[in-house]
Design a protein around this ligand. Sequence first.
Ligand code: PAF
Length: 276
Amino acid sequence: MKLVRTVADLRADLAERSGRVGLVPTMGYLHEGHLSLLRRAREECDVVVMSLFVNPRQFGPNEDFEAYPRDEERDTRLAREAGVDVLFAPSIEEVYPDGFSTTIHVAGVSEGLCGAHRPGHFDGVATIVCKLFNMARPDVAYFGQKDAQQVAVIRRLVRDLDIPVEIAVCPTVREPDGLAMSSRNAYLSPEERQRALALSRALRAAEEVVASGERDGEAVLAAARAALGDLEPEYLELRSADDLSPVERVNGSTLLAVAAKVGRARLIDNVVLEAE
Ligand code: PAF
């Protein structure tokens, strides 16, 4: 595995390789969710590039950029073991040199849900992902379904700007007890981790009522809310899985998305409810 830190070195390295290039963008502190993306990229591509960059522009001023967990040594080892060919770990100055002035704003799908609670977050995501696409020029890029709104923003970005990359989305990876894997789970104390289980429990409760025939949005949300217990969500919403437009009934593929603060961790999770 080659470790590169500049765009010039990344391009020079990739120029010497041939075949289908897969990019797995990450902010590091790898967990099974990231590893599932790397494994799929390894299966489907000739060249696997992983980026490792904690992107300051997607954190708000009062968010956890400084505290975000980092362990480059461990990430490097895990990336090597997962068969990554090129690890791109640039500095902040390499990505945002003096004078950097461009922001990409994807309207519509970036509004509501996390967008309503994290102003500027999806501008930061769209900008860095667009840059990474231009830097690595992948044929395919891999993202996790856990960040469903991020996926919708990136799909829209790619369509709107005619970026020649295929977006592959991999299922959310969960701990055996249901907690969706996240680098931010590292913030949870043992007691908070137990409380955090309410998120996946709420999604399962919704799945169960939909499986038993419920289609009314309010009733599905009520089942999920009851399973959340005393955990107050930042949002708990049903959206069309296609374009994230709000829906009142569960029809076709419907996204149920939830976010809540547990201790200092802001956690998100979602499920796609399938109804005929
Ligand atoms: O999902 C993430 O880890 C980040 O938002 C991404 C896509 C790597 C952009 O910084």
